[in-house]
Design a binder for this molecule. Structure first.
Ligand code: ADP
Length: 563
């Protein structure tokens, strides 16, 4: 009887266990369903705030399912070799999130990450595997930790690649309970879903960021970029491209290129590249860009079968290069002319003198001839000097300065006297105050600066007149003004004439010989001294005044460069 009773009792207990197991099974099935629904995260996680939202939902759900107070995802950062919290975390404040970082060799986090084995711990304070500082700071009693592993599967759902990206913790089981092996299994399953979501989101964000970076790069480059698909629709036109073709932002995308690009030559080039499947290069002059000249280069984007899908065209502005080339050609012919004229004159006078064995010319005439030869030699010397300087600058050399004490009034007087001896139409005069200071500079270069300005003053006032060189000084610098009563310079050209090879477009000056390098050198040499030069004033038909400012003591960078 007792035995029967015992058996019945045993049966009742068994029934309870079975019931409990049934209950647990149902519970687990429900949780599996809940967990599955978590992976129904929309594939298009567009931006970081969206990811934050998804993660926040995820940690809350996991904490709820496992009945934990806290849920934290940690990702491994290979650069620092640390597991760091991927916010937001459930049940941790911002400070805790920031401070919770673990080396992959430390604590339970490190162990789980390294080995992939899950850990359930009941007494965080006493468990030898926990990091006590973290336990105290995060107020952890117990927990379950599993690894986050992404898996790549083949068509038959077989795992072909595994990558551990971090760990997932759930801390502090609610109602004073402990975590058990069921919780562990459940978390392992949830972690698998979570890892997939995180990995997808990270990948997506990477792609979005990469795309954004590419777009930013394309937008910021100076060359115009135009991408057109097989159907001739505009796929991309970057900022520079929009400026070249005068297209308003947002206008053009998805429309036929012939409607968007106002330049038939460009449209033909792209169409031809698509049709012939060849990469083409052509120089185009774009009316919409005020006739600027562009080097257009097409290239084809192909799909896996090798068929072109898009054509990309890049437009480089080569207007300046072409201008310089044009000016250089003009320059070479003017230089040849400039060299030939004094040489012809020198040769003529020397031949005349050589042939005069009978002493036909008196001493005064001979002296006049010698003076002309001297002046022409001086002109040649100046031209060659300028050409050498330009060549050195073009080669990228910084012109060396030989600094010393420079007496500007003395140099100006010498230059004026030399010019005065070649002209009777002009009156050259220097005006410097008695206390005009010496400056520290390269005397030869200062001579070149003033020589170029005075020779221009004489050259561009062919009818003659006054040429003044006036000086003044303040505490730090000296000012030298060179003025004439010549043809003058229209204001819109005041800056341009300092550019290399630029010559004025004044009709009256068309027959005045010149190379367009004088003022360029004047500016270069003045700036090399830490000074500046500009047109102070000029009126067409009235005359011009140029002003040079040079420091009395060269600034540090000039001193350093001169050493
Ligand atoms: P170049 O005299 O050999 O042409 P520069 O560089 O010295 O070259 O001068 C550039 C242009 O500036 C000249 O072609 C001329 O048109 C203008 N220019 C320079 N100095 C004067 C001046 N004093 N008066 C009028 N025009 C000037």
């Amino acid at each position: 009887m007792e035995d029967v009773q015992q058996l019945q009792e045993e049966l009742r207990r068994l029934k309870l266990v079975v019931e409990d197991l049934e209950h647990k099974k149902r519970y687990l099935e429900e949780q599996i369903k809940a967990a599955r629904s978590m992976s129904d995260v929309p594939a298009a996680i567009v931006s970081r705030p969206d990811l934050q939202h998804v993660l926040s939902r995820l940690v809350k759900k996991v904490a709820m399912i496992l009945q934990g107070e806290k849920c934290v995802i940690m990702l491994f950062d290979p650069e620092v070799g640390e597991l760091q919290v991927l916010p937001p975390a459930m049940g941790l404040n911002e400070e805790q999130v920031r401070a919770f970082r673990v080396k992959d060799t430390e604590g339970i986090s490190g162990h789980v990450f390294r080995t992939g084995e899950s850990v359930v711990f009941q007494d965080a304070v006493r468990d030898p595997r926990t990091i006590k500082d973290h336990v105290a700071f995060l107020q952890v009693r117990n927990g379950v930790t599993v690894s986050l592993t992404t898996k790549r599967k083949d068509e038959d759902e077989r795992v072909i690649e595994e990558r551990r990206i971090g760990v997932m913790h759930v801390f502090n089981k609610r109602f004073g309970q402990d975590f058990n092996q069921d919780d562990r299994r459940l978390l392992e399953m949830l972690a698998e879903q979570a890892a997939a979501v995180i990995a997808n989101a990270q990948l997506y964000i990477k792609v979005v960021e990469e795309k954004k970076r590419l777009e930013d790069t394309l937008e910021s480059i100076h060359s115009g970029v135009l991408v057109v698909d097989r159907e001739g629709e505009v796929v991309l036109l970057n900022d520079a491209g929009r400026r070249i073709f005068a297209v308003v932002e947002g206008d053009g995308l998805g429309r036929q290129m012939a409607e968007v690009i106002p330049d038939a030559e460009v449209v033909t080039l792209l169409a031809e590249s698509l049709r012939t499947e060849e990469e083409l290069a052509r120089e185009v002059t774009v009316a919409a860009a005020s006739d600027r000249i562009f080097q257009a280069q097409t290239s084809l984007m192909k799909n896996e079968d090798g068929h072109p899908t898009n054509v990309v065209a890049i437009f480089n502005d080569i207007t300046e290069i072409r201008n310089i080339e044009r000016m250089k050609t003009a320059f070479v012919s003017t230089v040849s002319h400039e060299l030939r004229t004094p040489l012809t004159s020198i040769k003529g006078f020397i031949s005349t003198l050589l042939e005069d064995r009978q002493g036909y010319y008196d001493d005064e005439t001979k002296h006049e001839f010698y003076a002309i030869i001297d002046a022409e030699c001086e002109r040649l010397h100046r031209l060659i000097q300028d050409l050498l300087n330009i060549a050195r600058i073009e080669e990228g050399h910084v012109l060396d300065l030989h600094l010393g004490t420079v007496d500007i009034p003395e140099i100006a007087a010498r230059i004026c006297a030399a010019h005065q001896s070649y002209t009777s139409k002009h009156q050259l005069a220097c005006q410097f105050p008695a206390d005009f200071p010496d400056i520290i500079a390269d005397a030869d270069r200062v001579h070149q600066i003033l020589e170029n300005l005075v020779s221009n003053a004489v050259k561009y006032s062919p009818e003659g007149g006054q040429v003044w060189v006036r000086g003044s000084a303040d505490t730090n610098s000296v000012l030298i003004e060179v003025s004439d009563q010549g043809h003058g310079i229209p204001q819109q050209n005041w800056e341009r004439i300092f550019q290399r090879f630029h010559r004025g477009d004044n009709e009256d000056d068309s027959h005045v010989p010149g190379t367009g390098i004088g003022l360029y050198l004047v500016r270069y040499l003045t700036e090399a001294h830490g000074g500046e030069v500009r047109v102070l004033n000029s009126e067409v038909g009235e005359g011009s005044t140029f002003v040079v400012r040079l420091p009395i003591q060269p600034p540090d960078h000039v001193l350093r460069a001169a050493r």
